[in-house]
Design a protein around this ligand. Structure first.
Ligand SMILES: C[S@@+](CC[C@H](N)C(=O)[O-])C[C@H]1O[C@@H](n2cnc3c(N)ncnc32)[C@H](O)[C@@H]1O
Length: 271
């Protein structure tokens, strides 16, 4: 692996922080160097130093900047991760259905990565509310590469370990030919999920409505306290007065002094 000077490491992590809000620490240095090495090779730069110098100039090429931000984000995710939230959501969906309300039920996956979380939510909604009921899922992510992957809804089978067998049968198609060993989320479910790019560090797109449920999981962990508070405040503005916010189990927001109440582990409502 070619070396990266401390100065170059700092300038690229500063740039990444300005765009994403995420501080990559020294502990991530080897990972960052590995990813930059591939980017530099693909872009035809002679070294990572040359790549970093080019990308930290004010006139850095926009397309390459998107690629750089995409590669430096951590996109680890899988279907039905942290299942307690899905059990909690199922209860809320049943309560909503029992009111016989025709109102559309809206759920947001606020850092949707490659889409597994949003499609898990949609499969549960298809099961509990049915495909005829009015509901929608919106997934957003900083990484445009992840948004594109999510829209495809095509996954290797090893990502589907946690999908209930019944859901696999009802809501997924087994890939054939070129897609052997893969699953495709069925069109009936896929068409109820919309993905778009959104940076949680910036004002949220006006297109995002008020949601009944927001999943904001395994993303706050990357931010410092101020950035975290800013994100949660912005996100809560899009939560209905009776709505619920889920954060990752490892993510504490109780110290942020925000007008919210934690009702059980990583489940929050407006105060
Ligand atoms: C580890 S994944 C979490 C995926 C999913 N929520 C889960 O719990 O499995 C974190 C995601 O947050 C996204 N992300 C990082 N910074 C972001 C920002 N400022 N705005 C929006 N998304 C961001 C990354 O691109 C990545 O896809």
């Amino acid at each position: 692996m070619s070396p990266l000077s401390q100065r170059a490491f700092e300038s690229v992590t500063r740039l990444f922080r300005q765009v994403s809000g995420i501080q990559l620490t020294e502990a991530k240095q080897a990972l960052v160097v590995g990813r930059l090495q591939r980017l530099a090779q693909e872009a035809g730069d002679a070294s990572i130093e040359a790549y970093v110098a080019r990308m930290t100039r004010p006139n850095a090429p926009a397309e390459e900047m998107t690629r750089l931000i995409d590669r430096l984000t951590t996109n680890e995710t899988y279907f039905f991760r942290e299942p307690q939230h899905f059990n909690d959501l199922a209860d809320r969906l049943r309560a909503h259905a029992s009111q016989g309300q025709p109102r559309e039920f809206l759920v947001w996956s606020g850092a949707s990565s490659s889409g597994e979380e949003a499609y898990s939510i949609a499969m549960l909604m298809a099961d509990v509310l049915g495909l005829k009921a009015p509901w929608r899922v919106i997934g957003t992510d900083l990484s445009t590469a992840m948004v594109d992957a999510a829209r495809r809804g095509l996954y290797t089978l090893d990502r589907a370990r946690m999908v209930p067998p019944d859901y696999l049968k009802r809501f997924c198609l087994k890939g054939q030919g070129a897609h052997d060993g893969k699953l495709l989320v069925a069109k009936a479910v896929r068409s109820r999920v919309h993905f778009e790019a959104a940076n949680l560090m910036q004002p949220l797109p006006a297109s995002l409505p008020s949601f009944d449920v927001i999943f904001l999981r395994n993303v706050l962990i990357y931010f410092d306290t101020d950035a975290k508070a800013g994100i949660v405040r912005r996100v809560m503005e899009r939560l209905r007065p009776d709505g619920v916010l889920y954060t990752g189990h490892a993510e504490s927001i109780s110290n942020l002094q925000l007008p919210l109440r934690t009702v059980s582990t990583s489940v929050h409502v407006h105060a």
